[in-house]
Design a protein around this ligand. Structure first.
Ligand code: ATM
Length: 241
């Protein structure tokens, strides 16, 4: 990790050094990532860190409004006007820009640990690999909406689509994307896995088919070096002095 006041991004540009830590959870639906992200946040709080739990789309009042429009199942009366992929991207980016500017950047500046359920990798996986929109443009748009913010570490929860969908369709809050075909969700899964092969090594693929306790232990093991580094060099906010 660079010790200067700014950090090198993957594109080679400089971004202001932040005090906090930005952790994201990604994966197909039904992978258990939301349960694990809540458990991790609770663990970090019990260790004395200042933690903010949030999600995308959403996380601020305006972004949560946009989430409702984005996820609302297509009703019969809306079937003449289904959301097109470009509109999906526009809604996601609108929500992300609010979230980044009004919650994530200020909290990171104050040394908080952010535990965020989905971020830009979901846009590449769902709208890029899933819907077929060009990845290069999506990367540039999402960088713009996120003011260049990228996670410090990402946990990608992976399991076969059939298992994820089975878990998901048994739940009570089925959303618009849950009704997509298995082929769509397969493309999304493959997309996530291909993002995880990138050389930056930010994304850790987690086998989501294991017990909740085993997964929780693995996340803490992966995170510990970053927390130690954060306490030394970033000034992470802790409750005890
Ligand atoms: P959660 O159910 O994990 O909160 O996610 C809501 C949906 O938003 C999820 N859909 N399914 N099925 C993935 C979708 N989504 C995108 O399509 N693109 C994005 O950029 C984000 C952040 C979420």
């Amino acid at each position: 990790m660079a010790s200067s006041r700014s950090q090198e991004t993957s594109s080679g540009s400089k971004r202001p050094r932040r005090k906090g830590l930005f952790i994201t959870f990604e994966g197909i639906e039904g992978s258990g990532k939301s349960t694990q992200s809540r458990a991790l946040a609770q663990h970090l709080r019990s260790e004395g860190f200042r933690v903010i739990e949030t999600r995308e789309p959403g996380g601020t009042p305006v972004a949560e409004h946009i989430r409702k429009v984005f996820l609302q199942p297509t009703r019969k009366r809306h079937s003449v006007d289904p959301l097109v992929p470009e509109c999906e991207v526009a809604l996601i980016l609108a929500a992300r820009s609010q979230h980044v500017a009004n919650l994530l950047l200020p909290a990171l500046q104050q040394g908080a640990i952010i535990v965020c359920d989905r971020f830009s990798d979901s846009t590449l996986a769902y709208q890029g690999f899933g819907r077929g929109l060009p990845l290069r443009e999506l990367r540039s748009l999402t960088r713009w909406a996120a003011k260049g913010l990228t996670p410090d570490v990402t946990f990608l929860f992976d399991l076969p689509v059939s298992q994820g969908l089975r878990r998901r369709l048994n739940s009570t809050d089925v959303n618009r994307l849950d009704h997509e075909t298995a082929a769509f969700h397969q493309r999304v899964r493959k997309g996530f896995l291909s993002l995880a092969t990138q050389p930056l090594r930010r994304i850790h693929t987690i086998n989501a088919g294991r017990s909740a306790q085993a997964i929780a232990r693995q996340l803490i093991t992966l995170l510990n070096p970053l927390l130690e580094e954060g306490l030394k060099t970033r000034r992470l906010a802790v409750k005890r002095a």
